[in-house]
Structure formats: structure tokens, C-alpha cells
Design a protein around this ligand. Structure first.
Ligand code: HAM
Length: 418
């Protein structure tokens, strides 16, 4: 039997309802904050990700699904959505009328990481991005919205981790100092960090390997090397978060895995997921729009790991699937009548089901129960003879006769009003 690809997964009915509820909660909240949905393609030119995420990052170096299409164009299944949203902002000149644009998008991403609980090769993200805004108030508002989103989903045991990565003015001096520090620690780093030390020294700071964590415990931190502007910006972010009653912790080691970040970076971490503790992450990327050929415009955003979130949102958030009406029939004549009625009733927005196999009445009542039907319309030989069906309220067990004459209209009125 052909099985699905390792690291990929199916979201089956039963779980899908939870996903739909999360999507609806995100869309409704984000739209209240002025975000509009954008949908960007799953396949992009490889160069887009290499230039934005950074060619020396783990994602670009070893995790992307990249291939040549039949015309030898190098294309990649998107490992994240921010780069595509920035590309769309530039390509469609979305900044022309108003540079400030707020977008959200929900969809699959692809990274060829080692699969484990909470880490997949196809995973879903919910992204929110504010392009064209520099104010630290925007940073605080975005984090506020993210925390409120998790609160609405009743996700507990989360903490906001906050850091700043400075800007091109203050970061080079810090990087030099970090480099000096790293060259002093010799054989203590893991093989990955030995490589990162040269290519991407910042990433050594948030390596999860214990030996590396210990080795960099006294490493210099960006937060102590900020220029005046970055310092002021970060202070206002913190002050504003306090005003909004958002608790956070400063995490000097939080550097994130993508190269485009500047200034504010943040993660929502949870103890509920084992090793994969980040349920959402984001930050400023004030240079990216310009670097990808667009206008000089700052930006900030975040992405929530949908799969991880779904795993920790408690199942009691979803109500059992429910239908309004099940039509139980006995005999061909009844089935034909029920078929026509069920189609007419379902198109008017009343969830209606019937049985197309030849189950007996008892079996059909069982199925109606399993589907959580509020009402069952019973239509057997006797009812056909009397031209009157029986409507059973599955909660009160009360049964009422419903004449065939005008039955569809009568049921629509009754079910919509109950
Ligand atoms: P990221 O930290 O790479 O950031 O991913 C964001 C979230 O996606 C993570 O916190 C995690 O919950 C989830 N995630 C990442 N990889 C996997 C995986 N293999 N399996 C399951 N979940 C995963 C970004 O992608 C940035 N684009 C976020 C951003 C938006 N920054 C600014 N705007």
C-alpha cells in the first residue's frame, strides 16, 4: 500500500473541525485589527528565499524542497510566507496608495527537517504581517493580537520571549565582538555550530545543544550593544507591552533562524510541546523590502505554527459535529421522495442527510444519532400510505406528524426557527 511521505500528514475529519475553528478565530480577530487576507503561491523562484531568508541559514542550506522544472527554472516549495508577501507587495506596487499594508495568510509550508512530534516537512502557518510601519507601537500591538488569539483558543502555559537584533548601524560592531568571543571557545561547540561560527555566528547563540548553551552563557548580547535609535525603539516596545498588560521575558539568546530580522524579535514558547517549544515566532524585517528591490519601508510580522497549535488547543474547544435533519426511509418510494426533499432542504442552509444504502430503519436511526441529528424525519410504508411523515425531535423524543403537502417549506420554517 502506498503510504504518505515521511514528515507529511493528513488532517482527517474530526480534527479538521478544530482546524476550521482556529482559522475562523484567526480571520475574525485579525480582521478586527485591520488585517486583510492575501494568498500567495506555494511555488516561487528559489532566489526569493535564498535572498531573503539567507543562503547561510539551515533552511536555505539544507531544508528546502528545490528542483528544476522542465524548463530548467530553479523553483522551491515555500519554506515560509513572509518573502512571498514582500514580493507581492513590491510586484503589485501595493505600497503606492498607502505604504502601510496589513496582511494575513494561512497555508502550508515545506521544510525538509528531521520529522518528530511537532515538526513536520509539510506544516501549516498562520502569518500576520504589517508592511510600511516603523512605530514600536505596531510591534506591541502585533504581540498583543497574538497573545489575544491564543487566549481566545484557551491556550495556557505560554510565555512571550522578546529580544532585539539591532540594525545595520549597531549590529556589525556586536558581530565582531561575538566573533572574537567564539574564536576563543575552541572544541566546545557542536559540529553545526563550528560551521555556523564562521558563516552565521548569531545562530550559535540559540543552539539547543546543552554543551553549546553552556559555552555561550557569557557571550556578548546584542541588547547591550544597541545604538540610541534601536535602544529607544526597544524601550517603547516594552513600555507599550506593559501598558497592554502583556507579560514577557527578555531573552538575550533569541536570534531566530532567518537572516532578515532587525530590531524586535519574539517567540511564543510553551512547555506543552516537548522539544519543539516555539508555537509562534516573528519580528521586524526593516531592510527586506528594500533588499528585494522595493521601496525603503520597514515591516514586522509573525507566523504561528498551526500544527503545533492544533496539538495543544484542547479538544473540548470543538463541539461534536451536528446535523439538523436526517431523513430515515423504508422502501424505494420513500427513498425517492426523501432524495428530492433532502436536496431542496440542504440548499436552504439546513444540514440534511439521508441514507443511500439499504440499511433498516433501526440502522438509520443509529446513524442519525452518530451524526448528532437534531431531528429525524421518518418515512416508511405507513407514512407513504397516509401521505404524512413523522418528525422526531431527537432531544425531547417528541414526534409530530408532517403532511406531505408543503413539507419542504414547513420543515425549512420549523428547523430554522428551532
Ligand atoms: P519560523 O520561526 O521559522 O518563522 O516559523 C514560525 C513557526 O512555524 C514556528 O514557531 C513553529 O511553530 C512553526 N514551524 C516552523 N517549522 C516547523 C516545522 N517543521 N513543523 C511544524 N511547525 C513548524 C517564520 O517562518 C517567519 N516567516 C515568521 C515571520 C513572519 N517573521 C516575520 N513575519
Amino acid at each position: 500500500m502506498i503510504q504518505l511521505i515521511r514528515g507529511f500528514k493528513d488532517v482527517l475529519p474530526g480534527e479538521v473541525e478544530l482546524w476550521q475553528m482556529i482559522e475562523k478565530t484567526a480571520a475574525s480577530l485579525f480582521e478586527d485589527f485591520g488585517f486583510r487576507e492575501i494568498r500567495v503561491p506555494i511555488l516561487e523562484h528559489t532566489e526569493l528565499f535564498a535572498r531573503s531568508i539567507g543562503k547561510d541559514t539551515d533552511i536555505v542550506e539544507k531544508e528546502m524542497y528545490t528542483f528544476e522544472d522542465s524548463k530548467s527554472d530553479l523553483v522551491t516549495l515555500r519554506p515560509e510566507a513572509t518573502a512571498s508577501i514582500v514580493r507581492a507587495y513590491i510586484q503589485h506596487r501595493l505600497y503606492a496608495v498607502d505604504p502601510v499594508q496589513k496582511f494575513y495568510t494561512i497555508g502550508p509550508m515545506f521544510r525538509r527537517e528531521r520529522p518528530q512530534k511537532g515538526r513536520y516537512r509539510q506544516f501549516y502557518q498562520i502569518n500576520a504581517e504589517v508592511l510600511g510601519a516603523e512605530s514600536p507601537l505596531v510591534d506591541a500591538q502585533l504581540i498583543f493580537m497574538l497573545v489575544e488569539f491564543l487566549r481566545r483558543l484557551r491556550v495556557s502555559d505560554t510565555s512571550v520571549h522578546l529580544n532585539t537584533l539591532g540594525c545595520p548601524k549597531c549590529r556589525p560592531a556586536f558581530q565582531k565582538e561575538l566573533h572574537r568571543f567564539l574564536s576563543k571557545i575552541k572544541t566546545q561547540l557542536c559540529a553545526d555550530c563550528e560551521r555556523r561560527k564562521v558563516k552565521n555566528p548569531l545562530r550559535v547563540l540559540d543552539c539547543k545543544v546543552l554543551a553549546c548553551r553552556e559555552a555561550v552563557a557569557d557571550a556578548p548580547a546584542m541588547i547591550d550593544h544597541l545604538c540610541e535609535e534601536c535602544k529607544g525603539h526597544f524601550e517603547t516596545v516594552q513600555k507599550s507591552l506593559k501598558k497592554l498588560d502583556i507579560q514577557f521575558e527578555i531573552d538575550k539568546r533569541l536570534v531566530r533562524g532567518l537572516d532578515y530580522y532587525t530590531r524586535t524579535t519574539f517567540e511564543i514558547q510553551t512547555g506543552l510541546l516537548g522539544a519543539q517549544s516555539a508555537v509562534a515566532g516573528g519580528g521586524r524585517y526593516d531592510r527586506l523590502i528594500e533588499e528585494l528591490g522595493g521601496p525603503v519601508q520597514p515591516a514586522i510580522g509573525f507566523a504561528i505554527g498551526f500544527d503545533r497549535l492544533a496539538e495543544i488547543v484542547s479538544a473540548n474547544n470543538i463541539s461534536a459535529p451536528e446535523i439538523d435533519l436526517f431523513i430515515a426511509t423504508l422502501g424505494e418510494q420513500a427513498k425517492t421522495a426523501a432524495f428530492e426533499w433532502s436536496c431542496s432542504i440542504a440548499v436552504s442552509g439546513i444540514k440534511t442527510e439521508m441514507d443511500f444504502s439499504d440499511k433498516g430503519l433501526k440502522g438509520q436511526m443509529k446513524k442519525a444519532d452518530r451524526l448528532g441529528a437534531r431531528y429525524v424525519l421518518i418515512l416508511g410504508d405507513k407514512e407513504i400510505g397516509e401521505e404524512t411523515a413523522v418528525l422526531r425531535n431527537m432531544t425531547t423524543k417528541e414526534q409530530t406528524p408532517v403532511p406531505f403537502e408543503g413539507i419542504v417549506e414547513n420543515l425549512k420554517i420549523k428547523l430554522k426557527n428551532s
